[in-house]
Design a protein around this ligand. Structure first.
Ligand SMILES: *[C@@H]1O[C@H](CO)[C@@H](O)[C@H](O)[C@H]1NC(C)=O
Ligand SMILES: *[C@@H]1O[C@H](CO)[C@@H](O)[C@H](O)[C@H]1NC(C)=O
Ligand SMILES: *[C@@H]1O[C@H](CO)[C@@H](O)[C@H](O)[C@H]1NC(C)=O
Ligand SMILES: *[C@@H]1O[C@H](CO)[C@@H](O)[C@H](O)[C@H]1NC(C)=O
Length: 344
């Protein structure tokens, strides 16, 4: 009898702790870069880029901190070279030293790179790709005014459920390709399962309705906002909260996804994937690439050949350094939370 009472009390305590999200890591201010390694290899996606080491990046002003007028914690700056004519434009690609299993990731972004030739991304990737999977949280090419969130996995992981012509009552975006398998025979190579956000997304908090932009220069004009990624056994949901509509539980440092009333822009869920078997030990990555396998191949389709008058992405990026003065990230912070006791 007393043993049973003891067990129930212990279970109740565990449940209370488990439900609340606790801060695991916060990257911000002058120490933002300490949590990351700098990737210096040749770009695996064949871009017109040269990724710099931390020792080179700081004096070349590819990274730094930017003071804020309101004296809040300085924002972390990740830029690119905007002065040199070169076929491999200097930039940075950061990989978190820690890896995660299930998490709530809040990326408070004030500015993102955008424009013809630019391919910026915030993503999570595991060892032995694609067997441990990849979550692309923020990704956009050639200045397109919408975000595309994507999972890349090995075989037997697809997004199913209540989806009709790409639309679902669960999310505001459009599912463009349902199979997360990078080698899916029915999709182009490495497409993965991708959900494209509306350029102008809309949601309601209380009695206020808000229209906002999910990427690109209009996103920067609204001073960005917070991309929240909720990764559980049930899948991955990606929410975006524009600067003026950040829920109070996030502002106060006690995020509670169950209280968020606005629709996520993307939800990867359903019985077509065992998410725990396909997403493991993921590290956070932030980078700005140029051209390559995505921005380079859609250069004409995205209207950049017409708008720049230059036939190829690689030529444009090599010859026009000044075009990339605004191709920078500014992060107020990136915070990783967990509601589970064991995270590594
Ligand atoms: C953590 O939060 C997720 C999403 O809100 C929930 O599905 C899960 O049950 C929670 N886990 C624990 C241990 O409370
Ligand atoms: C599927 O979505 C439609 C609206 O798009 C809704 O009416 C219906 O109830 C949903 N079905 C399920 C099983 O969720
Ligand atoms: C988004 O909304 C703004 C403001 O209403 C408008 O100027 C812009 O053209 C819209 N963008 C798209 C892609 O519809
Ligand atoms: C919206 O709600 C607020 C607070 O509840 C109220 O003060 C305001 O008048 C409402 N606005 C409209 C248009 O209903």
């Amino acid at each position: 009898m007393s043993f049973i009472k003891f067990s129930i009390a212990a279970l109740a305590a565990t449940t209370t702790v488990g439900n609340a999200y606790q801060l695991v890591d916060k990257f911000s201010g002058p120490t933002f870069f300490d949590g990351f390694d700098f990737f210096e290899d040749a770009d695996p996606t064949h871009g017109s880029v040269a990724y710099a080491s931390r020792l080179t990046a700081a004096p070349s002003k590819l990274i730094g901190v930017v003071l804020n007028a309101d004296n809040s914690t300085p924002s972390a700056y990740l830029g690119v070279d905007a002065t040199t004519i070169t076929s491999k434009r200097p930039s940075v690609r950061l990989t978190s030293k820690k890896s995660y299993n299930h998490a709530l990731v809040l990326a408070d972004i004030k500015h993102m790179p955008s424009g013809c030739g630019v391919w910026p991304a915030i993503w999570m990737t595991g060892p032995d790709w694609p067997s441990n999977g990849e979550i692309d949280i923020v990704e956009q090419v050639n200045g397109n005014p919408y975000n595309i969130a994507t999972l890349h996995t090995s075989a037997n992981c697809a997004i199913t459920g209540n989806i009709s012509s790409g639309h679902s009552p669960l999310f505001s975006g459009t599912l463009e390709t349902p199979d997360c398998d990078v080698n899916s025979p029915s999709q182009s190579k490495n497409a993965g399962c991708g959900i494209r956000a509306p350029a102008n997304d809309t949601f309601t908090i209380g009695n206020e309705s808000c229209i906002h932009s999910t990427a690109g220069s209009a996103f920067n004009a609204q001073l960005g906002g917070i991309y929240a990624t909720l990764w559980t056994s049930a899948g991955v949901s990606i929410y975006f909260f524009p600067r003026d509509y950040i829920p109070s539980d996030i502002s106060s440092g006690n995020p509670d996804p169950s209280s968020w009333t606005s629709k996520p822009q993307a939800v990867f869920s359903g019985n077509g994937c065992n998410f725990d078997a396909h997403l493991k030990d993921l590290q956070l990555v932030i980078n700005t690439d140029f051209c390559g396998d995505w921005a380079g191949t859609t250069w004409e389709a995205d209207g950049c050949a017409a708008s720049t008058g230059v036939a190829t992405c690689a030529e444009y990026v090599a010859d026009n350094p000044k075009a990339f003065e605004t191709a920078y990230w500014l992060f107020n912070s990136i915070s990783v939370f967990s509601n589970e006791t064991a995270t590594d």
